[in-house]
Write a protein that binds this ligand. Structure first.
Ligand SMILES: Cc1ncc(COP(=O)(O)O)c(C=O)c1O
Length: 453
């Protein structure tokens, strides 16, 4: 006598025989049927994500112990909702925060809702691959702005590249500034000695992980971890109650608990076995893997094919990469790799004349050590400000009124309020020619752009 209306799947059926879709609907019902008895509402004994005191509280406590946090909140809106809650809990209108340009759009959206003032940290790019900000620049900028309320960093990037966090965190702790790390792509960090240490182990105050990306949870499920006393945990929890559905999915929550169990009991062994196979495979191709051996950034050494073209070749051979950009295609391996699939991959890659890019942050040059200067004030009223649409080539010098995010990799090319330069317009033309997928813009063809009137 309660929702959901599928009644543990009893209401689902494939339709009658006159229905042309009955066959495929039947197959879908069969596939999904197993999960439906678990898709329930807050019944006695099932606990409540928004006031956990039973099974969910226990699962969150186990997760905190597993990942090394003082407190962990399960998320059913991805890292997206974790980032929104973190920013809105820590930043009041007009507060100054430090953010790297490589941040996910959820951070930009949150900064706009929070009405933050932002110092934009440059993203260091090595061999065409973004790393995130130079730690020296982050430290110099914190020192130049001791009033900074929080620092928001992304580590690792979509490409598996990671900046050195330790010195940033030590400096921030001396200034009592909380460091929040979007570790959406690094939930596996720290689970084996050969992988980089996790942001929590390095002392970050708040860490958001997409448990559904590198760990085996269901899509949309993620975790927000907190430690130390710089984070107002109760306020973060309140924001999560405001931002998340009042009907969180139990299959997602159960998947988070299973992923935690995997991380605690099986991951280290799987990672060890997979690393052996991945290194053998890379050796067969003459490649040396980077810090995160599970992410392979591949490029055409002659530069004559874009990452999008490489993607198509791989797709035609049955491999669907995680992302492509102008120069690269990125393959994500699971933590338990399959030797037969790797053999097939070697055969395909060796026909493609491609190389692996495994940039190291030490090779970043030039090192930027001056404090970042750009301060952008976000305001919620921007959402209501009059805008107009102009051809892109007429937009030089105007202030852009929409996010322009080539996706992947999801690094913002323009954020609302920024001036549009001739260089940015040239990049937009390149992206248009390459058929890149750009998020945030009203005109996906990139012929026009929205500016503030
Ligand atoms: C760096 C980064 N942070 C956050 C997110 C959002 O994660 P989710 O899809 O779990 O909401 C993404 C998504 O791709 C991401 O790349």
């Amino acid at each position: 006598m309660h929702v959901p209306g599928h009644k543990s799947g009893a209401v689902w059926h494939a339709g009658d025989s006159h229905d042309q879709e009955a066959g495929s609907a039947g197959a879908l019902v069969d596939r999904l049927a197993g999960i439906l008895p678990y898709d329930l509402t807050e019944l006695p004994g099932l606990d409540d994500l928004h006031a956990p005191s039973g099974a969910i509280a226990e699962a969150e406590t186990l997760a905190a112990a597993c990942f090394g946090a003082r407190e962990t909140a399960f998320l059913v809106g991805g890292s997206t909702v974790g980032n929104l809650a973190a920013v809105l809990a820590l930043v009041a209108p007009g507060d100054l925060v430090l953010v790297d340009r490589n941040a996910h759009k959820s951070i930009w959206h949150a900064l706009q809702l929070a009405e933050a003032r932002v110092v934009l940290l440059d993203t260091v790019v090595v061999d065409g691959v973004p790393f995130g900000p130079d730690p020296a620049q982050v430290i110099a900028t914190m020192s130049a702005h001791p009033e900074t309320k929080a620092v928001f960093l992304t580590r690792p990037t979509y490409y598996g590249t990671a900046i050195a966090l330790k010195e940033i965190i030590t400096h921030a702790q001396n200034l009592n500034i909380p460091v929040c790390v979007d570790e959406a792509h690094g939930a596996h960090y720290g689970l084996h000695a050969a992988l980089p240490p996790s942001a929590l182990a390095l002392g970050a105050d708040l860490v958001v992980q997409s448990t559904h990306k590198m760990l085996p949870a269901l899509t949309m499920s993620a975790m927000l971890h907190m430690q130390g006393d710089r984070i107002p945990a109760a306020r973060v929890r309140q924001l999560l109650r405001m931002l998340q559905s009042s009907s969180p999915s139990y299959p997602l929550l159960a998947g988070l608990d299973l992923a935690r169990r995997y991380a605690a009991t099986q991951a280290e062994r799987d990672i060890a076995e997979s690393l052996t196979l991945l290194n053998q495979t890379a050796e067969a191709l003459g490649w040396a893997l980077g810090a995160d051996a599970f992410k392979w950034v591949i490029t055409d050494p002659t530069g004559s094919r874009t990452g999008y073209e490489l993607y198509e070749t791989l797709q035609a051979a049955g491999f669907y990469p995680e992302l492509a950009d102008m120069r690269h295609v990125v393959l994500y391996h699971g933590l338990k790799v399959d030797a037969a699939i790797l053999n097939k991959l070697v055969a395909v890659l060796s026909q493609m004349d491609v190389t692996l890019v495994a940039p190291r942050p030490e090779s970043a040059s030039p090192r930027t050590v001056a404090a970042a200067q750009v301060v952008t004030a976000f305001s919620r009223s921007q959402l209501a400000q009059p805008t107009r649409i102009v051809p892109v080539h007429e937009a030089v010098g105007e202030r852009v009124a929409e996010m322009v995010i080539p996706y992947p990799p999801g690094v913002a090319l323009l954020i609302p309020g920024e001036r549009i330069t001739a260089e940015v317009i040239a990049t937009l033309a390149q992206l248009r020619e390459a058929g890149a997928h750009v998020q945030g813009v009203a005109d996906r063809t990139l012929r026009t752009i929205q500016i503030y009137d």
